[in-house]
Design a protein around this ligand. Structure first.
Ligand code: NAD
Length: 489
């Protein structure tokens, strides 16, 4: 039995500014709640705009010396952080289940996945090469160097409380940037404990500052207008991303935007149906459907629609819903009451337009923000479940006739993050990759995120890539030195 109070006692409740945990300047606080029980978990200091600027002061003061540290020094800190997060895995996993609701097994998976960014970028730090060459005319020796972008504002969402933080902090450390991190107010505990873990790993004071707050814009507005800030990296909804891009334009800030998604899961009649059912289930139901990569629209070729839907619905109906800390739970609560109300309205809209919920379709009575895993069939393509990011355990199944229609339907969204294709034909896989306007494509797999892979979208799903070799570039700027060639005539 997990000792919840012992886990919560490890979480610092203040703001981390210049290596010290402290209260907010006006003494304000906010509560964090368990979405499975609606009980209060903790009370944290709520940063004000003034605190945010103090955090930026610390980041700016630390930047020059931090930029001069050796790649090996930063690499070793990331490596130690990887080891500490791994040692503390059970605490991190329990915290995530408590504040966000995901089943403990998935929270443990997120610890492994999130920690991998620390290990990956520990390795990338010492292999971030520039180049040296002679310009074509032979008149200059050309050297390119990487420099850190400078102080960064990192804003993370509630759905992956650890991984979304490590995916930004690790490459920023690798590149030599200092940071102000603002986690989502619904799930700040994991990030608070992660920030302490980074200090324990040897990160110098001021390099990572954390300003949890009940007012997101109260933090971002003064920081993004401050000329000392050089970059904003945001993961969250497209609507907020657009607001931040506008603010970034005024200050000509570098931006990385990981925004919403509306992933198609496309199943062709030559696919292994059982593999496709498992893949669609994972893509849709991982994290209770509260993922930007979640399979939002299940598109099945007509000839196999009946067989696929029957098998898929059977799997969804068998999912166990409940408190993520309990054994055998597959789907936890939604993060807040508002999310449940939105899911209910999505089902009502689909049914009003002729759709049918063949599994689930309703909230679960009682304490906690639960919504039954749901399968909808016969909804038209103008239904909200086709057009909007569902962000919950509702799987609408649609049909298509041929490859051209599958591509057209897949692309019929303003989003372009993840897509999934199930087919037995490798040549078709490449044609689909050509046709689909998405930054990520799973081929016969419903789970594709990996620290070694470049993660990011096109269209309204965002700008930039996280993870992989590309990840460090988001926090680096290139400087070119042109040296008069000693042999030039
Ligand atoms: P959100 O946009 O409401 O919030 C994200 C973060 O932005 C939070 O920290 C929040 O406090 C902050 N925020 C909210 N309003 C703000 C404002 N006006 N100024 C500055 N910051 C503000 O999103 P969410 O509900 O936390 O997360 C869900 C969304 O995130 C979904 O759209 C999902 O697809 C997206 N997401 C994308 C990725 C990706 O990598 N592309 C990953 C996870 C989640």
């Amino acid at each position: 039995m997990t000792d919840i109070s012992a886990v919560l006692a490890k979480v610092p409740t203040g703001l981390l500014i210049n290596g010290r945990w402290r209260d907010s300047s006006d003494g304000a606080t906010f509560d964090v709640e368990n979405p499975a029980t609606e009980e209060k978990l903790a009370t944290l200091a709520s940063a004000t705009g003034e605190d945010a600027v103090a955090a930026l002061d610390a980041a700016v003061a630390a930047q020059e010396e931090w930029a001069r540290t050796s790649p090996r020094f930063r690499s070793e800190i990331l490596r130690r952080a990887f080891e500490l997060v791994t040692e503390r895995a059970e605490t991190f996993a329990t915290l995530m289940t408590l504040e966000m609701g995901k089943p403990l097994a998935e929270a443990r998976g997120e610890v492994t996945y999130g920690a991998e960014y620390l290990r990956w970028f520990a390795e990338e730090t010492v292999r971030h090469y520039g180049r040296h060459t002679v310009v074509p005319e032979g008149t200059l020796q050309m050297t390119t160097r990487h420099k850190p972008v400078g102080p960064c504002l990192l804003i993370t969402p509630w759905n992956f409380p650890l991984a979304m933080a490590t995916r930004k902090v690790a490459p920023a450390v690798a590149a030599g940037c200092t940071m102000v991190l603002k986690p989502a107010k619904l799930t700040p505990l994991t990030a608070q404990y992660f920030a302490q873990t980074m200090l324990d790993a040897g990160l110098p004071a001021g390099v990572l500052n954390i300003v949890s707050s009940k007012s997101a814009s109260g933090i971002s507005t003064p920081l993004m207008a401050d000329h000392r800030l050089r970059k904003v990296s945001f993961t969250g909804s497209t609507a907020v991303g657009v607001t931040l891009l506008k603010a970034a334009a005024d200050n000509v800030l570098r931006t990385s935007m990981e925004l919403g998604g509306n992933a198609p899961v496309i199943v062709f009649d030559d696919a292994d149906i059982d593999v496709a059912v498992e893949g669609a289930l994972a893509a849709k139901m991982r994290n209770g459907g509260e993922a930007c990569t979640a399979g939002n629209r299940i598109l099945v070729q007509e000839g196999i629609a009946e067989e696929f839907t029957a098998k898929f619905a059977e799997k969804i109906a068998a999912l166990k819903i409940g408190n993520g800390l309990d054994d055998g739970v597959n789907v936890g609560p939604m993060v807040e009451a508002k999310a449940v109300a939105n899911l209910e309205s999505l089902v009502t809209d689909a049914v009003d337009r002729g759709g049918r919920a063949i599994v689930g379709g309703t909230p679960v009575e009682g304490a906690g923000h639960f919504f039954a895993p749901t399968v909808i069939v016969d909804a038209p393509k103008d239904a909200r479940v086709f057009r909007e990011e569902i962000f919950g355990p509702i799987a609408p199944v649609f049909t298509f006739s041929d490859e051209a229609e599958a591509i057209a339907l897949g692309n019929d969204t303003e989003y372009g993050l993840a897509s999934y294709v199930f087919t037995g034909d490798a040549a078709r896989m490449y044609r689909m990759a050509d046709g689909l306007e998405f930054g990520l494509m799973g081929y016969n797999s419903g789970v594709i995120s990996n620290a070694a892979a470049p993660f990011g979208g096109v269209k309204q799903s965002g700008l930039g890539r996280e993870g992989a070799a590309e990840g460090i570039e988001e926090y680096s700027t290139v400087q070119y030195i042109g040296q008069r060639d000693p042999y030039a005539v």
